[in-house]
Design a protein around this ligand. Structure first.
Ligand SMILES: Cc1cc2nc3c(=O)[nH]c(=O)nc-3n(C[C@H](O)[C@H](O)[C@H](O)COP(=O)(O)OP(=O)(O)OC[C@H]3O[C@@H](n4cnc5c(N)ncnc54)[C@H](O)[C@@H]3O)c2cc1C
Length: 415
């Protein structure tokens, strides 16, 4: 197959082999994987925003991504820490050995537009509707395609149950070196009361030393409601920086409200977003960790699986690709049932102000068990181990939570 002679950013009359709608984390990685592993595939990624990846920072443990898949991320200029990470709870603190990685969305955009041919990326282009044969843009232009992959953002569904992770992070340029050498993945020694209007919650501060004098500080809550008071969170970040003697200027900021899924009817939730013959990927397709809301390792795995399938079977139809992604999503949902059960323990068995104890119990376990947990690859002995020992929640409440279908996800999420 030969590239079509279209001008950069202009839709082609001849169908593309693949149109990816949404150039966020999942869509951007699928584009990169197709470019590298299916070089004959004429694809285009359509992104509504001015940049690929939006505006945030994605982090992950090195072991979240299997070694054979890490090359996909190797071209990005990542922040990395190989001396482990710290956690702090009211009862103890600990350093765990796993390496940690972080990628800013500005770097994601920079590296992708440098590597992908210009005609493969359409920025500031909004899809109005998707179907099995292509995409109609908001200006009415038709982009015909043999296969369409929907990577638009996650859409909440009443068919799902759970709670919320609410967070705001600021990137500080300090006046002098901050002295921190390892990330602090959870400092839960902080006050556990959520900002006014959101009751109590599990609260922790997350800190990344991005360079000798740059530090990223994020205040996070596992809360029942998807509410954020940004000013209060900023105040708490400033207070944390002050308490640690880090003075400086805020040079960037991110904020988010992510679902923590504890149960529900996945088929019903998917039916609300699925379009016949269109493949679903990313958070919208259900590829996230139910308890941490992280998607990066699953996005890498999916991108490579999709690209390799298309390289192997150039005649693959859009419907077959959609079925392939749907099967993977179903498998992912089944494989993550245990984490949804833990989410129910967190949101239903533990009193909001005592949720910290659930994490305190968990982080006292072995480092490699914690690694497998974050990667979504807990073994059966791990699962038993997490649930044994002195129970961090009252047993009758735990039993009720085990059999509960979870609290419906309140849908009034900010866009
Ligand atoms: C602030 C923040 C920090 C996070 N940190 C982490 C982290 O550290 N690690 C981790 O694993 N996960 C993290 N997550 C969770 C998750 O990984 C991210 O939300 C991730 O970006 C989801 O990827 P996605 O591609 O599914 O969706 P998105 O990245 O949201 O991408 C969807 C894209 O679709 C575009 N779009 C929407 N509508 C249209 C349209 N009609 N036409 C064209 N384009 C459209 C959007 O502009 C967007 O770029 C974070 C989330 C947030 C919000």
């Amino acid at each position: 197959m030969v590239d079509s002679p279209q001008s950069p950013g202009t839709p082609d009359a001849a169908p593309h082999d693949v149109v990816i709608v949404g150039g966020g984390l999942a869509g951007g990685l699928i584009a990169l994987a197709l470019h590298r592993h299916a070089p004959d595939c004429r694809f285009v990624v359509i992104e509504a925003g001015r940049t690929l990846g939006g505006h945030h920072r994605w982090s992950w443990f090195e072991t979240d991504i299997p070694e054979r898949e890490r090359a996909l991320m190797a071209g990005f200029a990542l922040n990395g820490w190989d001396e482990g990470y710290d956690i702090t709870f009211p009862a103890y603190g600990r350093t765990l050995p796993t390496s940690y990685r972080s990628l800013a969305s500005a770097e994601f955009h920079r590296a992708l537009v440098a590597e992908l041919p210009a005609e493969r990326v359409m920025l500031e282009t909004k899809a109005a509707s998707l179907d099995a044969d292509g995409v109609t843009l908001s200006d009415g232009t038709r982009v015909a395609a043999k296969r369409v992959i929907d990577c638009r953002p996650f859409k909440s569904s009443k068919a799902l149950a759970g709670g919320w992770q609410v967070f705001l992070g600021q990137h500080f340029k300090c006046a002098k070196p901050h002295g921190l050498t390892r990330p602090v993945i959870m400092d839960a020694s902080v006050d556990q009361v959520a900002p006014h209007g959101n009751g109590e919650a599990y609260r922790f501060v997350y800190v990344l030393p991005l360079s000798e004098d740059e530090v990223f500080i994020e205040d996070t809550y596992y809360a029942d409601q998807p509410k954020m008071d940004a000013d209060i969170l900023k105040g708490r970040v400033a207070e944390y920086a002050h308490r640690n003697g880090w003075q400086g200027e805020v040079i960037d900021q991110e904020a988010g409200i992510l679902p923590v899924i504890s149960g529900g009817d996945f088929a019903a939730a998917t039916a609300e977003v699925a379009i016949p013959g269109v493949a679903l990927a990313g958070a919208r397709g259900g590829f996230s960790h139910p308890l941490t809301s992280y998607t990066l390792p699953f996005a890498v795995d999916n991108a490579l699986a999709i690209a390799r399938l298309i390289a192997r079977r150039p005649q693959l139809t859009g419907a077959e690709l959609a079925a392939f992604c749907a099967r993977r999503a179903k498998r992912h949902w089944r494989a993550t049932a245990y984490y949804r059960m833990l989410s129910r323990m967190l949101f239903e068995a533990a009193e909001p102000g005592k949720r910290v104890v659930v994490f305190e119990h968990f982080y006292a376990l072995k480092g490699n068990l914690v690694e497998r947990f974050y990667a979504g690859r807990s073994t059966w002995p791990d699962r038993l181990r997490i649930l044994t020992g002195k129970p961090p929640v009252a047993i009758p409440r735990a039993i009720r939570a085990l059999f509960s279908s979870g609290k419906p996800l309140n849908m009034e999420t900010p866009a």
